[in-house]
Write a protein of this length. Structure first.
Ligand code: TYD
Length: 213
């Protein structure tokens, strides 16, 4: 737990999970949430895009497969709008109230998907990420890392239909995966890269050790 002198409140941890779809990051976010709950900690788990009524509506637009005409910048601004609402409505108030906040994806997903995948200029991504989050940064971010082959294997295994983002082609997802790796390497203090091919219980133990709760 950290004491935030600027804002004069006891700040617990803001923890984010990042990675390509099917990496298992949502499973890990839930496992950590349940673990902290069992320990009677104040904790919430939210997801992006979504997490508030307004953000969930934006999510529906973003993931709707029939929205074929969406421009990259429209997509990025919608993710950012959803993020801003979630940040102001839920994340910041909960951190102020001393909660652990676990977020399944945050602005690093925009850098990886819309930046590295969608080719939106890095400077634009950085600037709007800062605006959308009002400069809030996670304390710890876990990158659950799998390669594109493993993603394809898991996609076929699950047999589930694809949403608008998942339906983008393999070369897009390759860029997103390598983008995530670059982001994690460039932010070594905040990021922990975890091999997503490992057993989920082993990964959970690694995460608990890192959090040290
Ligand atoms: P979701 O069903 O939550 O999938 P996942 O389990 O992979 O998180 O869908 C979210 C999709 O939106 C996912 O394909 C990643 C994408 N995304 C972006 O492209 N940019 C972003 O900033 C965020 C938060 C998500």
């Amino acid at each position: 737990m950290k004491y935030c002198t600027k804002t004069k409140y006891l700040k617990k941890l803001f923890i984010t999970f990042e990675g390509i779809d099917r990496s298992g990051k949502s499973t890990q976010a839930q496992k950590l949430y349940k673990y902290l709950k069992r320990r009677k900690e104040k904790v919430i788990l939210v997801r992006e895009p979504g997490g508030t009524i307004i953000s969930e509506k934006i999510r529906d637009i973003l993931l709707d497969k029939t929205n074929k005409k969406m421009f990259s910048l429209t997509e990025f601004l919608l993710f950012s709008a959803s993020r801003h609402q979630l940040t102001e409505e839920i994340i910041k108030p909960k951190l102020k109230a001393g909660y652990y906040v676990i977020c399944d994806r945050y602005y690093d997903s925009s850098t990886a998907y819309q930046g590295y995948g969608g080719k939106i200029n890095t400077k634009i991504i950085e600037t709007i990420n800062k605006i959308a989050t009002t400069n809030l940064k996670p304390d710890i971010s876990f990158l659950i890392d799998i390669d594109v082959k493993e993603r394809q294997r898991r996609l076929i295994l699950s047999g589930r239909g694809k949403d608008r983002m998942e339906a983008k082609d393999i070369s897009y997802h390759k860029k997103v995966i390598s983008g995530f790796r670059k982001i994690a390497r460039a932010n070594k203090k905040r990021f922990r890269i975890i091999d997503g091919a490992k057993d989920k219980e082993v990964i959970h133990e690694e995460i608990k050790k890192t959090i040290k709760i």
